[in-house]
Design a protein around this ligand. Structure first.
Ligand SMILES: Cc1ncc(COP(=O)(O)O)c(C=O)c1O
Length: 467
């Protein structure tokens, strides 16, 4: 595989894509005139231009040109029941008829969502506060950690994405020279580089070292017990144990970010499976039933940092104008109630679908002589689930178990996945992000078959042009 071959394949795919999506192209030209980069989220703005969605239902999308896609992005992994699930539409419609289009007041339905959330944690004493995005929830969790400890350093995982909150915009992407040591954004306070420490995932020795050197100054350690964007890999149980032990020993707050994993692999967070409880947990995505809902849940002693009558100055965790919005809370409550009630039929089916799809993708590439690896399976503690990511290793047999494996260009052909595979599948009517995505309850056998056909077509093109 060389640059020229990749360019030839890209040109072939871009021409095919442009032929199939002229209306989306025209919409993108219009968008570019008034919107930065032509849209609202860089991840959605792939080259040459994104298709514009006019309708989304269940596992499928329709674009402005009337083309259909099987969608595995599913609302940034939020739509575990698929797009526009009837159940939630009905719940929301009934609530809207009753006047739920309001925020700015305390509504009873938010208590219901809070009760469902707390009930799923195995921590009956914990308290919740809502906000409207995972980014904000992670930001507030870090503020709480800093406030209650009176410390200034925050520790995170290299490859951990917690949204674009200022303290956590370091060590998200892998950079050739700096690895996970770089600050990711302009416009941050100059000392984010110094105040945010980064440690490798599942590496207990390095974690012990960091705490030995900085322990007394670390306010909080934030990590995903099941890594999302960093590769869909679960933490080793010993690693979470160690994180709990070290944070306790050094008086730091342990924060688990369950924005992706919460309610995705079981009807609640995954930390309950590990038997390791953090001090704070962050939720988002699924808990809003397709709406902008996120939450921080935690030990009352820590959450008191944002409560009136607690410490002063308190953490100004106000969630925002739309926090606790009655419509959003209704959707979230319908979603969680359904997932909890139907746990036994939903999660094993999603896991089985995930297992089959991951295996089928590896098989179709192998049959074309190409090695593709998928992640998304579990470990001894966390069951395999409905998430899947595809990786093309540079070295045969490479095992993908850390963010370094999937994000370092010396381990995997990243551009091949992010750009070429994405376009090859889009041309075939399958929409993926990072080579895969999230299976929903709405995905059926026929979707699986069509999806595997699309990956097979992509694999054949890869062999013809590249390998
Ligand atoms: C683990 C994790 N935390 C936080 C966030 C930020 O959530 P949001 O996009 O709702 O701001 C994300 C988003 O993808 C995430 O994956």
């Amino acid at each position: 595989m060389n640059e020229r071959d990749i360019r030839r394949l890209r040109t072939f795919l871009e021409e095919a894509y442009r032929r199939k999506t002229p209306r989306s192209r025209a919409l993108f030209r219009r968008a570019e005139k008034v919107m930065v980069g032509g849209g609202s989220h860089t991840l959605r703005l792939y080259h040459p231009y994104p298709f514009f969605v006019t309708r989304a239902r269940g596992a499928e999308l329709r674009d402005a040109d009337g083309r259909r896609y099987i969608d595995y992005w599913q609302g940034h992994y939020a739509n575990i029941l698929g797009h526009n699930p009837k159940l939630i539409l009905e719940g929301v419609r009934a609530a809207l008829r009753g006047g739920a289009l309001h925020s700015g007041f305390e509504s009873a339905v938010q208590i219901e969502l809070a009760e469902l959330l707390v009930g799923s944690l195995g921590q009956p004493r914990w308290k919740v506060r809502f906000t409207t995005s995972g980014t904000l929830a992670a930001m507030y969790a870090v503020m709480l950690a800093k406030a209650v400890t009176g410390r200034e350093l925050v520790l995170k995982i290299g490859g951990g994405w917690h949204g674009a909150s200022p303290d956590l915009l370091k060590g998200v992407r892998y950079h050739d020279a700096a690895g996970f040591g770089a600050v990711e954004s302009a416009g941050l306070a100059a000392d984010v580089f110094r105040r945010t420490l980064v440690t490798p995932f599942n590496d207990g020795d390095r974690l012990m070292q960091v705490f030995k050197t900085h322990g007394g100054r670390i306010a909080g350690f934030i990590l995903e017990p099941y890594l999302g964007v960093g590769g869909f890999v679960p933490a080793d149980p010993e690693y979470l144990d160690l994180a709990r032990k070290l944070t306790r020993q050094h008086g730091s707050i342990l924060i688990f970010d369950e924005v992706i994993s919460g309610f995705r692999l079981r009807p609640g967070p995954v930390f309950t499976l590990y038997g390791t409880a953090p001090d704070l947990a962050v939720f988002g995505k699924i808990i809003g039933g397709g709406h902008a809902v996120a939450a921080v849940a935690g030990r009352p002693e820590v959450m008191a940092g944002c409560g009136a009558g607690g410490r002063f100055p308190r953490v100004v965790f106000e969630g925002g104008t739309f926090s606790g919005h009655a419509e959003y809370m209704t959707a979230g409550a319908v979603m969680l109630r359904h997932l909890i009630r139907h746990e036994k039929s939903i999660y094993p089916r999603l896991a089985a679908f995930g297992r089959r799809l991951r295996q089928a993708i590896e098989d179709v590439f192998r049959s074309e002589g190409i090695e593709a690896r998928t992640t998304g399976s579990g470990n001894d503690v966390v069951p395999g689930g409905s998430l899947f990511m595809v990786h093309f290793p540079l070295r045969p047999g490479h095992v993908f178990r850390r963010p370094e494996d999937s994000m370092d260009e010396r381990s995997a052909y990243l551009a091949l996945r992010e750009q070429t595979l994405k376009l090859a599948l889009a041309v075939e009517g399958v929409h993926v992000v990072h080579g895969g995505g999230a299976i929903s309850v709405a995905h059926e056998e026929r979707h699986l078959e069509k999806t595997v056909d699309a990956y097979r077509a992509a694999a054949r093109l890869f062999r013809k042009y590249l390998f």
